[in-house]
Design a protein around this ligand. Sequence first.
Ligand code: FES
Ligand code: FES
Length: 166
Amino acid sequence: MAKRLISLTVNGRKIQGDVEDRMLLVHFLRENLRLTGTHVGCDTSRCGACTVDINGESVKSCTVLAVQADGGDVRTIESMAQADGSLHPLQEGFRMEHGLQCGFCTPGMIMRSYRLLQENPSPSDEEIRMGISGNLCRCTGYQNIVKAIRYAANKMNQVSMKEAAE
Ligand code: FES
Ligand code: FES
């Protein structure tokens, strides 16, 4: 089958790839770029394990063709920690509040929560639950995921208040 050249930014790096028109973005990320933190948890577009950030929006990458991401700016879970290995407040929150068990849903949960906190830095628990309602977790019962996101929101808000005071 004919392939098409696409160019996009992934985690701050310019990427080019030859893809078939039918290739899903999640498969391009996992198979072509080896960014295997983005998971495939269903074949019905329901689970959210494949969630990434595209052009400032949360997107289930199994619902998008790679060619549709041409020219886009994609962020995956691999971009969340700092280069020195220090964790993003969301990653820290999931760790500190026991927001994961098997961890399969966690990359998608974190990427969705990242966008949620960009849009609403101080969400209520209800807003957190609504915000992650497209992401399924089969293990935790969600309570600790909500706590983890609240932990991250508090930490990120403290940092921005400190930066504003300096
Ligand atoms: S893999 Fe389940 S929503 Fe994408
Ligand atoms: S921690 Fe296992 S699916 Fe969420």
